[in-house]
Design a binder for this molecule. Structure first.
Ligand code: SAH
Length: 194
């Protein structure tokens, strides 16, 4: 299949995830934050992730600059990425719906924050991060480019592995034994595995 078609498919998924997030982003701006543990390190890491999840893929889509790093993956492998993206998007939608107003782009507790343990949160404590891992692999497969794949996963790994301990500590500080019990019966991002 022509490269331009893959680029279009990728952009459609990208816009769809933006549309799913949009209402939550708007509501987030209006809600009151009680305690933020977002550090300047987190802000730097979020900026890095934006490079890996937005800037680099868009450079690939809209310019020929990264073409020399193309991997030439077969169409079937790229289709796996596209089909998995559909399921990833459904998961993303479901996670946002379940987390509701408790969602925030940084590590913080909102006023009247509720501990969510339903829906996808029954199986893992961080389903939104599960979605991001899946999406980054799909992005790599669909665009079939070394730079897109490696920069995406690398920048996200930095945020993921530094944020997770802070986020869980914050949740324990806020919800105490309730969160500790919740941790005992769930995995972080991959049900029954990790
Ligand atoms: N790590 C979660 C949520 C990502 S959004 C996931 O991957 O699904 C980040 C914010 O969600 C955190 O700042 C925290 O305030 C909130 N949060 C994380 N886990 C939560 C839970 N189980 N219930 C309610 N809020 C949660």
């Amino acid at each position: 299949m022509e490269e331009i078609i893959w680029k279009i498919i990728y952009v459609v998924f990208w816009i769809s995830s933006g549309l799913i997030r949009m209402p939550h982003g708007k509501r987030y701006k209006k809600t009151i934050k009680k305690k933020s543990v977002a550090t300047s390190r987190e802000i730097v890491n979020i900026s890095l992730v934006s490079i890996g999840m937005m800037l680099i893929p868009m450079v690939y889509v809209f310019s020929p600059w990264l073409d020399s790093f193309n991997m030439g993956l077969p169409d079937w492998a790229r289709w796996i990425g596209a089909v998995a993206s559909v399921f990833a998007l459904i998961l993303f939608w479901q996670v946002h719906k379940t987390l509701g107003r408790n969602w925030s782009p940084v590590t913080e507790i909102r006023e009247d924050h509720k501990l969510v343990t339903a829906g996808p949160y029954r199986y893992v404590r961080h389903p939104m991060y599960t979605y991001i891992w899946i999406w980054l692999i799909c992005q790599w497969l669909m665009l079939s480019n070394w730079v897109v794949g490696i920069v995406g996963l690398l920048t996200w790994s930095i945020l993921f592995f530094t944020r997770l301990p802070d986020e869980e500590k914050m949740m324990i500080d806020e919800f105490g034994q309730k969160y500790i019990d919740y941790m005992k019966r769930t995995k972080k991002v991959v049900p029954w595995v990790y």
